[in-house]
Structures are given as C-alpha cells and as structure tokens.
Design a binder for this molecule. Sequence first.
Ligand SMILES: [Zn+2]
Length: 226
Amino acid sequence: MNKIKLSNDTWVFDEGGVRFFLLIGTERALMIDSGMKTRNAKELAEEITSLPIELINTHADRDHTASNAEFARFYMSPAECSNYYRSGGTGEFEPVRDGDEIDLGDRKIRVIETPGHTPGSIALLDLKTRRIFTGDPIQDGRIFMFGVQREMHAYLRSLERVEQLSGEFDEIYPSHGSFPLKADIIPKLMAAAEKILSGEAEPAEEQVFGNTIKAYDMGVATFLCD
Ligand SMILES: [Zn+2]
C-alpha cells in the first residue's frame, strides 16, 4: 500500500492493481472506494484525518469495496445495489443520483452518472480542486466490458457526458492505469468505443476469469468484451 499525498486535503491510496482516494474537507472527509485487498482503508484514513470519514463507491465491483465492512453506511448508485448485496456486501446503503453533491464543508463533490462499465458506475467531480475521480470507465488500462450488465452503447454516451463537463476539471484520477490523466483521453476512448461497436476493430482472444473474451488493444486502452 502506497499512500500518496497530492496535497494536505487529497490522498491517493495505491494498492498496485487498484487505487482509492481520500478527500478531506473542513467538516468531514470522503473516501472514494475502499480497495481490493485492503481490509482497513478507514483505519489508514484515520491516521491522516480526525474528521468523520464517509464512504462512496464508484461502483460495486469487488476491487472497489474490500473495506466497506468498516463503514456502517456508504453512498452508492441504486443501480449497483443488486450486484453489491448479492456478492456479499454489507452496510446501510445511501443512494446517490446524478447531480447530487456531498458537502465536506468547504468542498462539494458532485455525482456524475457514467453507466456502461456497470449500470450504476459514477464519477465524482471535486469542484474545489478541479479533479474528477472516474473509477473504471475512463482510464488507460484494461476496461472490463464483458458479461451481463456491461454495455458499450451506454459507455459511449457516458464518455460524451463527461467530455461535456471537461471545462470543470483539469485532471482525471481513475482507479486503474496511469494517473493523473487529462481530458484529451476522452475523445480517444470515444473513438475506440465507436470502432469496436462498428466492427472495425480487430480483437484478440483472451482468457479472463475462465471466460473466453475479445481483447481490443486500442492503443489508448484495452477493452475486454464479449
Ligand atoms: Zn475496477
């Protein structure tokens, strides 16, 4: 676990395969996701801040929820709930929807719905520091798009939506791949998604978690599809 301090009020917790974040306001702090192998994310955050710490999950995939059990409640899109509880998730769920803002005191974090990778994926726009935390959909690593409920058309619309907001952020902090990214990755991901949808892109066959999937190495990122 590598704790990276971007500034006094913004920390990156990097596990190697995945990262999660701590945003500190004047009244409370917010964790964005809770790790893949880490089981004590909250404890680690308490070494940094004495403020109450709340949790929001960008989505319910298990590499983002490992320390959720430390929290009595958490924010999540209602569209993720089924996957979360069916895979053994615990705690009291507080629904967030597009445009909702979590107020940390001097710092508001806005929820942006970005369905596609999962039905309830969200990005979090930090209006104060002009950063956006995008979870899995906007990144330059491997983007999982195979299996039920993952949908490329919805994904493409979500990219368009975030691109329209690009005047409100300077840096993108995804959960995987390199960071920070600039908004110029978004049109590149859009072009890649369009090529995959139109059948122009050439996949390679790959085995992932026992599934035979199509891996599209599009340069900007690799998309793993049905
Ligand atoms: Zn992930």
